[in-house]
Design a protein around this ligand. Structure first.
Ligand SMILES: NC(=O)c1ccc[n+]([C@@H]2O[C@H](COP(=O)([O-])OP(=O)(O)OC[C@H]3O[C@@H](n4cnc5c(N)ncnc54)[C@H](OP(=O)(O)O)[C@@H]3O)[C@@H](O)[C@H]2O)c1
Length: 270
């Protein structure tokens, strides 16, 4: 297990959920944490909490869909700490609905921009520094929806399947230059994610029951485990590996079961 003390860690999506909890744990491990998101007030609160516990944090207001803000955040990090050891590439949201009911710009383009393009831009922005150091670790946040795509998840899964493919190629590009790429695939968790999902009726019937949901802390502990021991993929909870296995080996059955289960809630518009 690698010691994380003194590592410089960028966390995107640090204003809530997995990002905020992971940032706290990274700080407890002795890392210098760069906290990124759009809600600066939340980041400043979190930075205060981390500093009062003896840690080090730098809040940076940043929208992952704005390339110049992403590049400026990387410059600020290097100016403050001189290096970048870990990027936890986590910012994202999901809007889950029938494709015809998703707004082309606010729902479809926005999800691709944040969940896929934002991940790609942020990884690309840290790479030159990591290559210069000949060391670094990019941890991309995916989802179980990145290997099995249920109805309502068309765009979210398109983005997360994209994150999976992007990560695989980047891992193979970067490893010989000292940069590792890991991917985390969580199942349903209780965070503010739910407040952005929308109000689709079918989703209410097919949501992860509360007793099966992860907490942000559960996922944050997985993030720290991956930071200490990089790996191609970490699926959490472990039993979700079965979803991937079943989806890829029994795809026709998955199609039939899910199509039938969701069809009764779906009244396509003309
Ligand atoms: N919760 C789940 O069930 C679940 C399961 C699997 C995977 N995931 C993935 O885990 C990641 C974190 O989700 P979460 O559950 O922690 O949700 P969350 O509590 O809603 O946190 C999402 C974070 O992303 C940030 N964000 C959103 N749009 C952004 C933008 N344009 N620029 C910069 N930051 C942005 C938000 O900050 P601001 O709004 O302040 O910008 C917030 O800090 C996402 O990638 C999500 O897809 C979640």
């Amino acid at each position: 297990m690698a010691n994380l003390t003194g590592k410089v860690v960028i966390v995107t999506g640090a204003s809530s959920g997995f990002g905020a909890e992971s940032a706290k744990l990274f700080a407890q491990e002795g890392c210098k944490v760069v906290l990124c998101a759009r809600r600066l007030d939340r980041l400043e609160e979190l930075a205060k909490e981390i500093r009062s516990a003896g840690g080090e944090a730098l809040p940076v207001e940043m929208d992952v869909t704005q390339l110049e803000q992403v590049n400026a955040m990387v410059e600020k990090t290097i100016a403050a700490y001189g290096r970048i050891d870990i990027l936890f590439n986590n910012a994202g949201f999901g809007r889950l609905d029938w494709l015809e009911d998703l707004d082309p710009i606010k729902d479809i383009q926005a999800q691709i921009n944040v969940d896929l393009l934002g991940v790609i831009w942020t990884a690309r922005a840290v790479l030159p520094q990591m290559y210069k150091q000949h060391s670094g670790h990019i941890i991309n946040m995916c989802s179980v929806a990145g290997f099995a795509a249920p109805p309502l998840y068309s765009i979210y899964s398109a983005a997360k399947f994209g994150v999976r493919g992007f990560s695989e190629a980047l891992r193979r590009e970067a490893i010989h230059f000292g940069v590792k790429v890991s991917v985390i695939y969580p199942g349903g968790a209780s965070t503010e994610f739910q407040s952005h999902m929308g109000e689709n009726e079918a989703k209410k019937h097919f949501k992860t029951p509360d007793w099966l949901k992860l907490t942000a802390q559960d996922v944050a502990h997985s993030v720290i485990a991956v930071a200490k021991r990089p790996r191609r993929s970490l699926v959490t909870p472990r039993w979700q590996v079965l979803s991937s296995f079943f989806n890829s080996h029994f795809n026709a059955i998955s199609d039939k079961v899910q199509a039938k289960a969701f069809a009764s809630y779906h009244q396509p518009r003309d």
